[in-house]
Design a protein around this ligand. Structure first.
Ligand code: PMV
Length: 345
């Protein structure tokens, strides 16, 4: 910890990610009950600029957070908790006077979770202050303590988080990059994010993770997730898109089935979500197009497809799916190369 920069201005841009095998259920301090695999996105990202100073006179951090020019005092407790969790390895955070100006490329109320992109951007800022933002395993560990899924956003193309027999070197405490194990077809996948409903979810992801503790299907779920990771370990290098697509859809529906089997049970899909799923499956059966859906913990659809199918999939969106999107909104995203340091002149 000898290279701490005592003051400065730093800007990082970090992407969101979409899980193919889902993280759902946690233990200890932000450790996953099962391994997960995600694709790193690109168009959906957060850009955060931090103006900071380490003030030896402080004994707790002084945090200001501004989203698109508007002060957000409601976000401060989450950042304070994050700083608290990393203060054993980074004691300087207790003396940090920091102003974070942040912007999401996607609308705040679009129903797209910004925690993965925002927390990974902040982890990069903290690690750069500490002088080791190039150590992605450490950046990932720090990001995990801000938001579980954020630990997967720091790598190009894809990441694995949680110990899995399918991915040597994988760990619960941080994610590892999966890009070198991904066939080109997976590195060039696209993700059309179809916004069915924006606004705050009726049950948050943290509450959803918590409900897994007493979910009677949890042990089976954790076993199935690992089985799918073993399959992914084989098919990612081989480029088997069809098996990948089948896993992608099973995982999406299983995640939502787990919510329906929680106590109390809940449902985050909307009528439009279900109708779109049926149309996507029918389109694939009728035309042979390689297009698959997945879902986050919310009603929006992520349409995953190789770039060779772009024209057909854009046709499907325009002709059959857009009518279910709130105000016709969707985000044309694709697998990306990970975070970027922004040098503002
Ligand atoms: O990182 P969290 O606590 O927001 O949980 C993310 C959970 C899912 O998005 C549903 C799955 C995942 O692996 O990203």
């Amino acid at each position: 910890m000898t290279h701490i920069k005592p003051e400065g201005t730093l800007t990082w841009q970090s992407p969101s990610n979409i899980a193919i095998v889902k993280y759902w259920g946690k233990k200890g301090v932000q450790l996953p009950e099962n391994p997960s695999f995600s694709l790193t996105l690109s168009a959906a990202h957060t850009r955060s600029k931090a103006v900071y100073r380490i003030d030896p006179g402080l004994d707790s951090p002084k945090i200001t957070i501004v989203l698109d020019g508007v002060d957000q005092p409601d976000f401060v407790p989450r950042i304070s908790q994050f700083f608290q969790r990393i203060s054993d390895t980074y004691p300087f955070v207790n003396q940090l006077d920091i102003r974070i100006e942040t912007h999401n490329s996607f609308p705040h109320s679009s129903g797209i979770a910004s925690s993965a992109s925002a927390m990974s951007a902040l982890a990069l800022i903290i690690c750069e202050i500490a002088g080791h933002s190039e150590d992605l395993a450490e950046v990932s560990r720090v990001a995990r303590l801000g938001s579980g899924s954020a630990c997967r956003s720091v790598y190009p193309y894809g990441a694995v988080w949680g110990k899995s027999g399918g991915f040597p070197g994988s760990k619960d405490t941080f994610a590892i990059g999966a890009g070198q194990r991904m066939h080109d077809v997976f590195k060039s996948l696209r993700d059309a994010i179809l916004i069915v409903k924006s606004g705050k979810k009726q049950v948050s992801s943290s509450a959803g993770h918590g409900l897994m503790q007493h979910n009677p299907y949890a042990p089976t779920r954790y076993r199935l997730a690992e089985e799918r990771m073993l399959v992914l370990g084989d098919i990612l290098p081989a480029g088997d898109l069809e098996t990948f697509g089948a896993i992608c859809e099973r995982e999406a529906l299983e995640l939502h089935a787990l919510m329906m089997c929680s106590n109390p049970p809940y449902l985050l899909m909307e009528a439009g979500t279900v109708e779109m799923i049926k149309r996507i499956q029918a389109f694939r059966n009728d035309t042979g197009t390689a297009v698959y859906f997945t879902l986050d913990a919310g009603p929006n659809i992520h349409l995953i497809y190789p770039d060779s199918e772009q024209e057909r999939v854009h046709g499907l969106i325009r002709d059959e799916l857009l009518e279910f999107c709130e105000n016709g909104r969707w985000i044309d995203d694709h697998v990306g190369t990970g975070p970027e340091k922004i040098n503002l002149s």
